[in-house]
Design a protein around this ligand. Structure first.
Ligand code: ADP
Length: 613
C-alpha cells in the first residue's frame, strides 16, 4: 500500500512524551501525598481511639490498686477497734493507770503495724491525744488530726489524706525519701456505750507509687483541691502546672519533659467518698508514630506505584517511538519502492521499445540476409554460367554428333553401332539432368530450421556443382574418403552453399597456377565435424586474414567477385553453432576449415533428409 502525502504528514496521535510524563508525575504526586495524609490521619484516629480505650482500662486497673490497698486498711481499722482485746487494753489503761499499760499499748501498736504493713498505728484517747504509737517518736502533746477524731467520735470510719506541707511545694522527682503522702483511717473503741479510745492506722501511699512504677503512663492522684497526692516516677517529670484533677473527657495537653515537647491524652476519674481524682496521662507518641508509619508506608507504596507507572510510561514511550520509527522507515521504504517502481517501469518501457526496435531491425536484417544469401547464390550461379553453358554445350554437341552417326549407322544397317551411340546419348542426358537437379536444389530458398544432414552426398553434390568450373580451368578436385555415416546439424542448402563457395574460391585461386589442385576432406573428431578445403593457390596474405570474412572484401575484378561469399559463409556456419577459419595449406595455398557439431548417424534414417534446409 502506498500512503498518500496527507497520510504521511499526519502528526502522531499521542501527547508528546515530556508533557505526558510531567502531567502523570504531578498527578501521581498529588494523589500520593493526599493518600499519605488520608492514611496517616486514619491510622492516627485508630491509634487515638486505642489510646483512649487504653486510658479507660488504665484508670480501671489503678482504681483497683487504690481500693485494694485502702479497703484492706479500712477494714482492719474497724476490726481492730471492735476487737474485745483492744477495748480491754483501753479499759485497763483508764482503770489501772497509765504506766502499767503504756508498754502494752505501744507493743500492740508496733505489732499491728509490723504485721499489716501499715505506715503507722496510733492509739488515742477520745480527746485526740495520742497515748501510744508504733513508731519511736515521742507522743507527748501530739494529737490526732481533728477531722479524723471528730468522724471517729461520730462512730464512723474517719478518713483523711495527710500530706506533709513541704511535699506539695517540692518537685516530685527530687523529693526526699522520708517525705510521703499518707492516707489515715480512724475508728472509735467503745465500752458500755461510751467511746474510750480511737484506733488510727496510717497507710503510706508509696505502695501505690511502687505499684505504678513500671507503667509507661503518667499516673497520679490529686485531691479535691487539685493538689498532687501521689503518683509514679514518670508523673514526677511533669511541670507543676500540669498537676490538676482531669475529668473523664479526654483532654490534650502539651508539655516539656526532659526538655522535649510532648503531647499527652489526659483523663481522670473522681472517687468522691475519699476526695481523690485518679489521673492518667498517656503519651500521644503512638498516635504520631501510627500517623508517621502510615504516611511512610503509603508514601512508599505511592513511590512504588509511581516507579511502576514510570517504567510503564517509559516502555510505552519506547514502544511508541519504535512504532514511529518503523512507520517512518516504512514510509521511506514505500517512497523508495514507489520511486524505484516508477524508475523500473520507465526502464521497462524503454527496454520494451528497444526490444521492439530490435525485433524490427532483426526481422529486417534476416530479410536482408536471406535476400543476400539468395543473391549470392544466384551470383555464384551467374559466375558459373559460362562454365555451365560449356558443360551443357559440350554434351549437346556430342549428342548431336552421336545422333547423326546413329542415323548414318542405321542407314548402313549397323544397328549395333547405332545402339551404342544411343546408349552414350542416354548417359550424357542423364548427367545433364543430374547437374540440372543439383542446380535447382541449390537455387532454392533455404529454410531456417536445422536438421541432421548426411555429409557425404552433400559434398558430392557440391563437387557436381563446381565440376563445370574445374573442367573449364583444368583443375583437379580431390575428394578424400569420407565416412558415409557422418552427420552434421545444419541446413542442407545453406551448408552446400558454403562448401560450393569455398570450392569456387579455391578453383579461382588455382586458375593462374601451374599446379591446379583442390582438396576436399571431412572427418569426425568427438562431437565435432571438420570440413576442410585446401588448394595450391597463392594462399591468403597475412594482412587479409582478418578482413577476409568481412562483407564486400574482394580481391577480384569488378564483375568477377562481390566479396560476399565468405561473409555469408561465416554467418551460416555461426548459425549452425560452428566456426570457420583460414590458414595455410600444406599443399602451398589456402586452407579453409569449418568445425561444427556432428555425430555418426544412422544411414537408413538419414536418407530421407529434407534437402531444403
Ligand atoms: P569473392 O570470391 O566474390 O571475392 P569471397 O568472400 O568469396 O568473395 O572472397 C573474398 C576474397 O578472399 C577473395 O576475393 C580472395 O581474394 C580471397 N580468397 C578467397 N578464397 C581464397 C583462396 N582459396 N585462396 C586465396 N584467396 C582467397
Amino acid at each position: 500500500m502506498v500512503l498518500n502525502k496527507a497520510e504521511m504528514s499526519d502528526k502522531p496521535q499521542y501527547i508528546s512524551p515530556p508533557r505526558e510524563g510531567l502531567i502523570l508525575v504531578i498527578t501521581a504526586l498529588v494523589i500520593g501525598i493526599s493518600a499519605m495524609f488520608v492514611a496517616g490521619n486514619w491510622q492516627a484516629e485508630q491509634a487515638r481511639d486505642r489510646l483512649e480505650q487504653r486510658s479507660k482500662q488504665v484508670l480501671a486497673l489503678h482504681k483497683e490498686a487504690i481500693f485494694g490497698l485502702l479497703d484492706k486498711y479500712s477494714l482492719m481499722t474497724v476490726l481492730v477497734a471492735r476487737r474485745p482485746g483492744t477495748k480491754e487494753m483501753f479499759v485497763s489503761y483508764q482503770t489501772e493507770g497509765e504506766f502499767e499499760n503504756l508498754a502494752i499499748l505501744q507493743s500492740f501498736a508496733g505489732h499491728l503495724a509490723a504485721m499489716s504493713g501499715a505506715h503507722r498505728v496510733r492509739l488515742a484517747l477520745p480527746s485526740g491525744k495520742i497515748i501510744a504509737q508504733s513508731t519511736l517518736e515521742s507522743t507527748s502533746g501530739v494529737f490526732l488530726d481533728s477531722g479524723l477524731r471528730d468522724t471517729a467520735l461520730q462512730d464512723r470510719l474517719g478518713r483523711a489524706t495527710l500530706v506533709t506541707p513541704e511535699r506539695l511545694s517540692q518537685d516530685f522527682a527530687t523529693r526526699p525519701a522520708n517525705e510521703m503522702s499518707i492516707y489515715a483511717f480512724a475508728a472509735s473503741v467503745r465500752h458500755q456505750g461510751k467511746i474510750i479510745g480511737i484506733i488510727n492506722i496510717d497507710v503510706g501511699l508509696e505502695v501505690l507509687e511502687n505499684a505504678w512504677a513500671l507503667s509507661e503512663d503518667l499516673i497520679f492522684v490529686t485531691n479535691s483541691a487539685g493538689d498532687f497526692i501521689v503518683g509514679n516516677q514518670l508523673a514526677g517529670l511533669l511541670g507543676t502546672e500540669n498537676f490538676k484533677s482531669y475529668n473523664s473527657e479526654i483532654e490534650m495537653i502539651a508539655t516539656q519533659i526532659s526538655g522535649k515537647s510532648q503531647r499527652f491524652l489526659a483523663r481522670g476519674e473522681d472517687f468522691p467518698h475519699i476526695g481523690w481524682t485518679l489521673n492518667v496521662l498517656i503519651n500521644e507518641a503512638p498516635v504520631l508514630r501510627a500517623r508517621a508509619n502510615a504516611m511512610i508506608i503509603t508514601g512508599l507504596i505511592a513511590l512504588l506505584l509511581l516507579g511502576l507507572g514510570f517504567i510503564l510510561i517509559q516502555r510505552r514511550l519506547a514502544y511508541q517511538s519504535k512504532i514511529e520509527a518503523e512507520r517512518k522507515t516504512a514510509n521511506l521504504l514505500e517512497q523508495k519502492v514507489e520511486q524505484r517502481t516508477s524508475e523500473l517501469l520507465g526502464a521497462n518501457k524503454k527496454l520494451q521499445k528497444e526490444f521492439d526496435e530490435r525485433v524490427v531491425a532483426e526481422t529486417a536484417l534476416k530479410k536482408a540476409q536471406a535476400s543476400l544469401i539468395q543473391s549470392a547464390k544466384l551470383a555464384a550461379i551467374g559466375q558459373m554460367s559460362t562454365a555451365l553453358a560449356h558443360e551443357y554445350n559440350q554434351p549437346l554437341a556430342a549428342i548431336r554428333s552421336y545422333a547423326d552417326n546413329a542415323v548414318t549407322f542405321l542407314g548402313q544397317e549397323k544397328p549395333k553401332n547405332a545402339e551404342d551411340n544411343l546408349h552414350r546419348i542416354a548417359k550424357m542426358t542423364e548427367r545433364m539432368a543430374q547437374l540440372s537437379r543439383t542446380l535447382k536444389t541449390f537455387a532454392r530458398e533455404p529454410r531456417t530450421k536445422l536438421q541432421s544432414v548426411i555429409l557425404q552426398p552433400l559434398l558430392r553434390e557440391a563437387i557436381i556443382l563446381v565440376e563445370p568450373s574445374t573442367n573449364k580451368h583444368n583443375v583437379q578436385l580431390h575428394l578424400s574418403k569420407i565416412d558415409p555415416q557422418i552427420c552434421v546439424m545444419a541446413g542442407y542448402v545453406r551448408l552446400s552453399q558454403v562448401v560450393v563457395n569455398l570450392l569456387s574460391n579455391a578453383i579461382d585461386a588455382v586458375t593462374d597456377e601451374e599446379q591446379r589442385d583442390v582438396f576436399l576432406s571431412a572427418k569426425l573428431e568427438g562431437s565435432k565435424v571438420s570440413i576442410c578445403v585446401q588448394d595450391t593457390g597463392p594462399g591468403v596474405a597475412k594482412a587479409d586474414k582478418n578482413k577476409i570474412f568481412d562483407a564486400f572484401f574482394t580481391s577480384k575484378d569488378v564483375g568477377d567477385g562481390l566479396g560476399l561469399g565468405l561473409s555469408i559463409a561465416y554467418n551460416i556456419v555461426h548459425d549452425f553453432g560452428g566456426e570457420i577459419s583460414v590458414g595455410k595449406s600444406k599443399h602451398g595455398g589456402a586452407s579453409f576449415v569449418i568445425v561444427m557439431p556432428g555425430t555418426l548417424g544412422n544411414l537408413q534414417t538419414e536418407k530421407g533428409t529434407d534437402r531444403n534446409g
